[in-house]
Ligand binder design. Structure first.
Ligand SMILES: *Cc1c(COP(=O)(O)O)cnc(C)c1O
Length: 238
């Protein structure tokens, strides 16, 4: 594990900072041609202390995302002890998901964004019948990357739907190499969302959200631009 940079604070970011950052984020979405009523902001809280939940809820963010099962469960437990005045968050699972973590997560996840293989869809359908899911697509063809190959996406959407899951749309992560243009991959995923008559197109993060919005994203998943740099040592890894 890499050392925590000294600039990373040990507490959550302040509510005032997050509100100001959210304003700037909305302005970026608008400047890219996005309608803030159409493009949902999923606030990615990974790597921040659990109290970030309260800060996010206080800023009006209701959809929160985590990559690791243990970290999501830790934040859910904290939130149960510290109920937010605006009501509980809706949790999205956005990381690589091991099948044996599904049971523990089932009661807490509002949208499973990283369904990328048939066995995983089957397990989610078993533990959380009728759950709302996105199929994660590997649109860049990088071999190490999570996600269903583009050519198998239709079959996986059909499989998940056949299990009774509510397949709302697709999710993708841009190229790992920041010098590679994310547009071709985003165009492919948006095209699949349209062809399959789905509604949610989850793409775009802090560094590539303008391109994603221009390509038709309906949900950007943003951590750094809202909460600042992450601490790796705070994260509860699976
Ligand atoms: C961490 C993460 C994000 C947020 O990344 P930022 O660059 O901090 O905005 C979005 N999506 C996924 C799948 C992630 O793992």
């Amino acid at each position: 594990m890499t050392a925590v940079p000294p600039t990373v604070p040990d507490g959550p970011p302040s509510a005032q900072d997050v509100r100001a950052r959210l304003e700037r984020l909305r302005a970026r979405i608008v400047a890219a041609g996005g309608d803030p009523d159409v493009v949902t902001v999923l606030a990615v809280t990974k790597g921040h202390p659990a109290a970030v939940v309260d800060v996010a809820r206080g800023a009006g963010l209701t959809e929160l995302g985590e990559n690791y099962a243990q970290e999501l469960l830790a934040k859910v437990a904290w939130s149960e002890q510290h109920p937010a005045s605006g009501g509980p968050a809706r949790w999205h699972f956005i990381g690589h998901l091991q099948r044996n973590k599904v049971r523990q997560l089932a009661a807490h996840v509002a949208l499973w964004q990283s369904i990328d293989r048939a066995e995983l869809a089957t397990e989610v359908a078993r533990r959380a019948p009728g759950a709302r899911v996105l199929i994660q697509v590997n649109a860049t063809g990088e071999p190490q990357k999570a996600g269903c190959p583009v050519a198998q996406t239709t079959a996986l959407v059909d499989h998940a739907g056949g299990l009774g899951l509510d397949v709302a749309g697709l999710m993708t992560v841009g190229p790992t190499d920041a010098t590679v243009d994310p547009r071709p991959g985003f165009d492919v995923v948006r095209g699949l969302v349209d062809r399959l008559a789905l509604s949610v197109c989850s793409m775009g993060m802090t560094d590539d959200l303008e391109v994603a919005v221009r390509c038709g994203s309906t949900m950007v998943r943003v951590g750094t631009a809202l909460f600042g740099p992450r601490s790796t040592s705070l994260a509860v890894r699976d």
